[in-house]
Ligand binder design. Structure first.
Ligand code: KIV
Ligand code: ZN
Length: 508
């Protein structure tokens, strides 16, 4: 008989701790809705005590979601616990995630507390959290570098105080599968409680072992796995949840455990997070990378054509990658376009469809055939722009060979106000970026710039990603367009607008 595993997503909390990633309020809400559609059981929507922005979005997510448990992170501090309570109290299923470090290095260097002080703090704060929540999850931070006897004591203290979920974080990605599995086995065997206690795994990928460690935890009794979409998160990231979901499904003969994940929503979830995080999914990434289902060698192609199962252990359709069907063209009308959106699984309201149809016509004028890839790219780009605080309104470029280039940039904000400036530079992109800097009145450092063709052919649509450093923080931006100059400008505008918005937040 198959048992059930809970999937706990922390894309909006630990995932947002990825250097350079900062989701806007609208993006957090959109991601949370998609996570619910994907079938995630628990969504860690943020750390409400950390900022007003986090508090507000946790609250909005709690008010919006219909099924998933919404949780928030809290240190062992009454004010943190109160903040999670206030932010999640309207959720259909609210819960709290309380943590304190237990390893010697954290006790000595960070907390300046003794082991017995940590145990009292666990008892005091889990007890308090239990007065506000039915479900309290407790995490001993840096559990894998905590001596096992003290880990057992800490976990027992939390359970005695009312925690019913115990999460074991491999905070620094230090453990290996047999060791991590052994920790679960030992804790499950030694823990004493009248209630059913769910043990949960939370792994970081510093040694590239996060997924393997999580699978070892499952083999040793874990009934909840924490992670993030595309494996984003602090430093090297968290367990990639799409890999867990597919490993459990494809190797159900071995694991015999089911999750609620709707596998055909996997690609859409990954795309959404990649876009809002401004972090491209590596081409060779398992499950959702662009190469995950392409076959290069002649021998592989030959085998695949004779029988796909020769080289494919799962189909692209399983994870929601749609095959290219009939392309649209410039004569295709509204109806054909609507049909295509439906076929590709998009449920888009009439207002947004109008905007998309206009953008589609624009592309169809430039391309002979508009493929399914183009439509996906169009939807990504357009919805991105609809959420953006500043949009590129007009761009004028004067190009001279062997000389300085000049650019005029016009931006429009959400309220329709326009901003314009011009500048020169040693190249077209430099002149555009200088003009944008003048509009925002900042001087960031461009630290990354990448162009990728997201559709096929010489008339492909382009995706440009940039990262800028401003006041010691990194901001990512992404721009989609048929023209790489436009895409480059849009990406830079997005990153710069995040930088100035953050500065405003700090100033308030
Ligand atoms: O990695 C970690 O230890 C965490 C805790 C807050 C659970 O993210
Ligand atoms: Zn973590």
């Amino acid at each position: 008989m198959k048992s059930h595993i809970q999937i706990f997503d922390t894309t909006l909390r630990d995932g947002e701790q990825t250097p350079g990633v900062s989701f806007s309020f609208d993006e957090r809400l959109a991601i949370a809705k998609q996570l619910e559609l994907w079938g995630v059981d628990v969504i860690e929507a943020g750390f409400p005590a950390s900022s007003q922005g986090s508090f507000d979005s946790v609250k909005a997510i709690a008010q919006t979601l219909k099924k998933a448990t919404v949780t928030g992170l809290a240190r062992c501090k009454q004010s943190d616990i109160d903040a999670v309570y206030e932010a999640t109290k309207e959720a259909v299923n609210p819960s709290i995630h309380v943590f304190i470090a237990t390893s010697p290095i954290h006790l000595e260097s960070k907390l300046n507390m003794t082991e017995s002080e940590v145990l009292s703090s666990i008892t005091q704060h889990v007890t308090y959290a239990k007065t506000l929540f039915d479900v309290v999850q407790f995490s001993p931070e840096d559990a894998t570098r905590t001596p096992l006897p003290f880990l057992i004591e800490s976990v027992q203290a939390a359970v005695d105080a009312g925690a019913t979920v115990i999460n074991i974080p491999d905070t620094v990605g230090y453990s290996y599968p047999t060791e991590y599995g052994h920790i679960f086995k030992t804790l499950i065997e030694t823990n004493q409680s009248e209630n059913e206690i769910i043990f949960s795994a939370h792994c970081h990928d510093d040694l590239g072992l996060a997924v393997a460690n999580s699978m070892a935890a499952i083999e040793n009794g874990a009934k909840r796995i924490e992670g993030a979409v595309n494996g984003i998160g602090e430093r090297a990231g968290n367990t990639a949840l799409e890999e867990i979901a597919l490993a459990l499904y494809v190797r159900q003969d071995h694991y015999k455990i089911e999750s609620n994940i709707q596998l055909n929503q996997t690609k859409a979830t990954s795309d959404l997070v990649a876009r809002y995080a401004g972090l491209a999914v590596p081409r060779n990434k398992a499950i959702v990378g662009r190469n995950a289902f392409s076959h290069e060698s002649g021998i592989h192609q030959d085998g695949f054509l004779k029988n796909p199962e020769t080289y494919e252990i799962m189909t692209p359709q399983l994870v929601g990658i749609k095959q290219t069907e009939l392309p649209l063209g410039k004569l295709s009308g509204k109806h054909a376009f609507q049909e295509k959106l439906k076929q590709l699984g998009y449920d888009i309201d009439a207002e947004k469809q109008k905007v998309l149809f206009k953008a589609f016509k624009n592309i169809a004028d430039k391309k002979k055939q508009v493929t399914d890839h183009d439509i996906h790219a169009l939807i990504q780009g357009t919805s991105h722009e609809l959420h953006a605080h500043y949009q590129l309104d007009a761009l004028q470029l004067q190009f001279v060979s062997n000389g300085l280039q000049s650019a005029v940039v016009v931006l429009k904000d959400k309220d329709g106000q326009t901003y314009q400036d011009s500048s020169i530079g040693t190249g077209s992109i430099v002149s555009i970026y200088n003009a944008v800097d003048r509009i925002f009145n900042i001087q960031p450092e461009l630290i990354d710039y990448r162009i990728e063709a997201i559709t096929e052919g010489s008339d492909a649509q382009a995706e440009v990603r940039v990262a800028i450093k401003f006041e010691n923080e990194i901001f990512n931006g992404v721009g989609f367009d048929h023209d790489i100059i436009y895409a480059s400008c849009k990406a830079y505008v997005e990153a710069s607008s995040k930088a100035v918005t953050t500065r405003k937040e700090i100033e308030v």
